[in-house]
Design a protein around this ligand. Structure first.
Ligand code: HEC
Ligand code: HEC
Ligand code: HEC
Ligand code: HEC
Ligand code: HEC
Length: 263
C-alpha cells in the first residue's frame, strides 16, 4: 500500500476531505441540534412525568391524621358482635355510620392500659364529653344519596367490596383531601390516571353505575360470567325494553334515573 492510498483510506474512514467540507459542515451542525432537541425532549418528558405523577398529587392533596389512631383489628377481637357492635343498622333501616363517643365509653370511661392513644381518647374526648371528629375516607359530595341498607341488607354486599380491608387494619391510615374540591382522595382513588386493581380503589360515579348495570343483568340470567353479561348488554341495546321488570331494575343509569343517587 502506498502512502497516498493510506491517506485516502484514512479520509474515507473519518469522512473528512477538503473537497466535501462545506456540505459536511452543514450536516454536522444539523446533527448537533437534532441531538440537543432530542435531549431537550427526553428531559422535558421525564420532568413532566415527575410533575404529573409525583409533584402534582403532592400539591393537590393535603394529608390529615385521624384524631385518634384507631385499631380495628384489636377491637374486632374484643367486642361481641364484630363490626355490628359499632357499625349497625337502626330500627328505621338507617346506618349508624362512624360510632359515637357513647359507644366507646362503656369500655373507656377510664384508661384501661398505658396506650397514649387511649389516654388521648379519655382525656381529650371522654372526660370533656366531646365527640371525636373522625375523618370519613369514603365521604361523597353532598349531592350524592347513598344507602347502606340497599347494599348491605338487600344486596348482601360485603363491607370490603367498597371500603377495602379497613376492618382488619391495626392503624388508621392518613386521610387525604383534595385541596380544590375538599373531597376525600378515596373517591378519585390513589392512581392519578384513575385506574384501579381492587373494587375499592375508587368510588366515582362510573364505579357505582358499572356495578348497578351488571347487577341488573345478573338477576335476569343468574349466571355470573362477564362474557354473558356482555352479550346480554348487546341484546338489551338491540331490543330495548325487553328486560323483565324487577326490583334490581330499579337502579338504572338512564337520564330519568339520576335521582336514584342524587338529591
Ligand atoms: C368492648 C370494649 C371496648 C369498646 C366498646 C371500645 N374499646 Fe377501645 N379498647 C378496648 C380494649 C380491651 C383495648 C386494649 C387495652 C387498652 O389498651 O386499653 C382498647 C384499646 C383502645 C385504644 C388504644 C389502642 C389503640 O391503638 O387503638 C384506643 C385508642 C381505643 N381503644 C379507642 C376506642 C374507641 C374510639 C372506641 C369507640 C368507637 C372504643 N375504643 C371502643 C376495648 C374497647
Ligand atoms: C369498637 C368499634 C368498632 C368496631 C368493632 C369496628 N369499627 Fe369500623 N370504625 C370504628 C371507628 C371509631 C371508625 C372511625 C375511625 C377510622 O376510620 O379508623 C371506623 C371506621 C370504619 C370505616 C371507615 C369508613 C370511612 O370511609 O371512613 C369502615 C369501612 C369500617 N370502620 C369498617 C369496619 C368493619 C368492616 C368492621 C368489622 C370487621 C369494623 N369496622 C368494626 C369503630 C369500629
Ligand atoms: C356499595 C358500597 C358500600 C358497601 C358495600 C358498604 N359501604 Fe360503607 N360507605 C359507602 C359509601 C359510598 C359511603 C359514603 C356515604 C356518603 O358519603 O354519603 C360509606 C360510608 C361509610 C361509613 C361512614 C359513614 C358516615 O356517615 O359517617 C362507615 C362507617 C361505613 N361506610 C362502614 C361500612 C360497613 C361497616 C360496611 C359493611 C357492613 C359498609 N360500609 C358497606 C359504600 C359502601
Ligand atoms: C359492587 C356493586 C355496587 C356498587 C359499587 C354500588 N352499588 Fe348501589 N346498589 C347495588 C345493588 C345490588 C343494589 C340493590 C338494587 C335493588 O335491590 O334494587 C343497589 C342499590 C342502590 C340504591 C337504591 C336504589 C333503589 O332503587 O333501590 C342506591 C341509591 C345506590 N345503590 C347508590 C349507589 C351509589 C351512590 C354508589 C356509588 C357510591 C353505589 N350505589 C355503588 C350495587 C352496587
Ligand atoms: C349509581 C349512582 C349514580 C347515578 C345513577 C347518577 N350519579 Fe352522578 N354521581 C354519583 C356519585 C357517587 C358522584 C360523586 C363522585 C363523582 O364525582 O364521580 C356523582 C357526581 C355527579 C356530578 C358531579 C357533581 C359533583 O359535585 O362532583 C354530576 C354533575 C352528576 N353526578 C350528574 C349526574 C347525572 C346528570 C345523572 C343522570 C344521568 C347521574 N349523575 C346519575 C352517582 C350517580
Amino acid at each position: 500500500m502506498s502512502k497516498k492510498d493510506e491517506k485516502e483510506k484514512a479520509i474515507a474512514l473519518t469522512g473528512d476531505s477538503e473537497a466535501s467540507s462545506p456540505p459536511d459542515g452543514a450536516k454536522k451542525e444539523e446533527n448537533g441540534s437534532g441531538g440537543s432537541i432530542l435531549l431537550f425532549f427526553i428531559v422535558g418528558f421525564i420532568a413532566s412525568l415527575i410533575v404529573g405523577w409525583i409533584v402534582f398529587p403532592k400539591l393537590l392533596y393535603s394529608q390529615k391524621k385521624q384524631p385518634i389512631d384507631f385499631n380495628h383489628a384489636l377491637h374486632v377481637e374484643t367486642v361481641d358482635e364484630g363490626c355490628q357492635s359499632c357499625h349497625f343498622f337502626r330500627d328505621d333501616g338507617s346506618f349508624s355510620g362512624v360510632p359515637k363517643l357513647t359507644q366507646c365509653t362503656g369500655c373507656h370511661e377510664e384508661a384501661q392500659g398505658e396506650d397514649p392513644e387511649e389516654t388521648k381518647l379519655v382525656e381529650e374526648y371522654v372526660a370533656k364529653g366531646r365527640e371525636v371528629p373522625w375523618l370519613v375516607y369514603s365521604r361523597q359530595p353532598n349531592c350524592v344519596f347513598f344507602s347502606h341498607a340497599a347494599h348491605v341488607k338487600m344486596a348482601k354486599m360485603e363491607c370490603v367490596t367498597c371500603h377495602g380491608p379497613i376492618g382488619e387494619s391495626s392503624h388508621a391510615r392518613i386521610y387525604e383531601e383534595n385541596r380544590i374540591t375538599g373531597i376525600s382522595r378515596d373517591i378519585w382513588g390513589k392512581n392519578i390516571a384513575g385506574l384501579k386493581r381492587n373494587s375499592w380503589d375508587r368510588m366515582k360515579m362510573d364505579e357505582c353505575a358499572e356495578c348497578h348495570a351488571s347487577e341488573a343483568i345478573k338477576t335476569e340470567v343468574s349466571i355470573e360470567t362477564p362474557m354473558l353479561g356482555f352479550f346480554n348488554n348487546i341484546i338489551r341495546l338491540a331490543f330495548p325494553g325487553t328486560e323483565k321488570p324487577g326490583r334490581k331494575n330499579s337502579v338504572q343509569t338512564q337520564h330519568e334515573a339520576c335521582f336514584v343517587c342524587h338529591k
